[in-house]
Write a protein of this length. Structure first.
Length: 401
């Protein structure tokens, strides 16, 4: 038998086990040339793995040599990558998913040996777990009865939540690929069910008129006008400055967003780059803003020394930024008086859907709403009304008849 050349590697049969052990020298992600082990049930299987590693070595592709566990890697990713490069609200959302779902489920796995089947099995388990067992209840509270009994309640995690958990894992592993810690992102090989977006997320024109009429006596009447007529998000409304509004030219610049992050109110940029936009103000929106400005001047005079100037359009009665959750104190009573069950965010859905029903081109609606992609405009929000469907089918029936 000819002598093996340097670098060819070696294959031996493991004592007491039905496995073959191969060793080959390759360049690792640390930059050093190390001897890496591979295992297989047959000699040919091991030889194939060794050949693949050697091919990567000759192409200059380093082989991951880290034994870091998922829990440690996810902690590193959150602090060194997400916190540095993403917005505080995004970090807060990622951290919650990592802490509540990823670490308990996959934290003990090694990053380099994580398989698609591991992810698929775990996600299936997550999808069949109730919100109580999945972290919906604080650990300091009493354990839910369903967990204590070994059975989950019927309040399952939504498809949208499962998709979000999968997306966070996919993003984390994609960073590991970029840093050459792993060769491929196994989360990309796993499919998750597409969320079911319900229809009818909004008001009809008569309902919207009734809502604005009912809100006319509310100190936040102008806020409801902007939400319905301009499709602005809650954070965009509460982060709106008077300096961004030109009442003479009739324009409004959406450039800031007010959110509570880590227990503090923070004024930051818009949700996405596409959310930064300049909008023309219709006459009735201008009237509402002018009336609100006069009302705010009266509140400033009444508050006296207690007034804290923030330059914001919608504030508390002493001028401080308005707590996003405190908007419910105005919204819930108004909604209940009209017998509605929709969320405040559905006012934005109403604006987009009504614009599309009026025949406004989707690309114009996308610019008004500040969507990052026109697919969002059409897939999530564009639910044709029954009247529009009846009209369309009626036209086709007349043509066929």
């Amino acid at each position: 038998m000819a002598k093996r050349a340097n670098g060819d590697g070696s294959i031996t049969r493991m004592k007491g086990r039905d496995l073959f052990h191969g060793r080959v020298y390759v360049t690792t992600t640390s930059g050093a040339v190390k001897r890496v082990s591979v295992y297989g049930k047959t000699r040919d299987e091991v030889r194939e793995k060794m050949t693949e590693l050697q091919a990567q070595h000759h192409k200059g592709i380093p082989v991951p040599d880290t034994n870091i566990k998922m829990a440690d890697y996810l902690t590193y990713w959150l602090h060194a990558v997400v916190r540095v490069n993403r917005r505080p609200k995004t970090y807060q959302g990622y951290e919650s998913v990592v802490r509540v779902h990823l670490v308990p489920g996959l934290g003990a796995k090694k990053l380099r040996t994580l398989k698609a089947s591991d992810v698929r099995t775990w996600l299936a388990k997550v999808a069949n777990t109730c919100q109580c067992c999945a972290g919906g209840v604080d650990k300091a509270r009493k354990q839910p009865r369903c967990c204590a009994a070994g059975e989950c309640c019927e309040n399952k995690l939504s498809r949208r939540m499962v998709q979000w958990i999968h997306a966070v894992l996919r993003n984390a592993l994609e960073n590991a690929v970029r840093e050459e810690l792993i060769l491929r992102n196994v989360a990309r090989l796993v499919q998750v069910p597409t969320p079911d977006y319900g229809t009818g997320k909004g008001l009809t024109v008569p309902q919207a008129r009734l809502l604005l009429k009912a809100a006319s006596a509310d100190r936040l009447h102008a806020l409801y006008v902007l939400a319905l007529a301009m499709g602005m998000r809650r954070g965009e409304l509460l982060g709106l400055h008077w300096s961004a509004i030109d009442l003479e030219r009739g324009t409004l610049i959406v450039s800031s967003n007010l959110q509570r992050v880590d227990g503090e109110l923070q004024l930051g940029p818009t949700k996405t780059a596409s959310s930064l936009r300049t909008l023309p103000l219709p006459p009735f929106v201008l009237d509402a803003l002018q009336a609100h400005r006069e009302q705010q001047a009266q509140e400033r005079a009444a508050a006296g020394d207690r007034w804290k100037e923030s330059g914001l359009v919608f504030t508390s009665r002493v001028g401080t930024p308005m707590e996003p959750d405190n908007l419910r104190r105005s919204w819930y009573p108004l909604r209940d008086r009209l017998g509605l069950t929709l969320r405040f965010h559905d006012l934005r859905h109403t604006c987009v859907t009504l614009l599309l029903d009026l025949g406004v081109p989707p690309h114009i609606v996308r610019q008004i709403a500040g969507h990052s992609d026109i697919g969002v405009t059409m897939k999530v929000y564009a639910h044709a009304s029954l009247d529009e469907q009846r009209k369309a089918l009626g036209s086709l029936s007349e043509a066929l008849a």
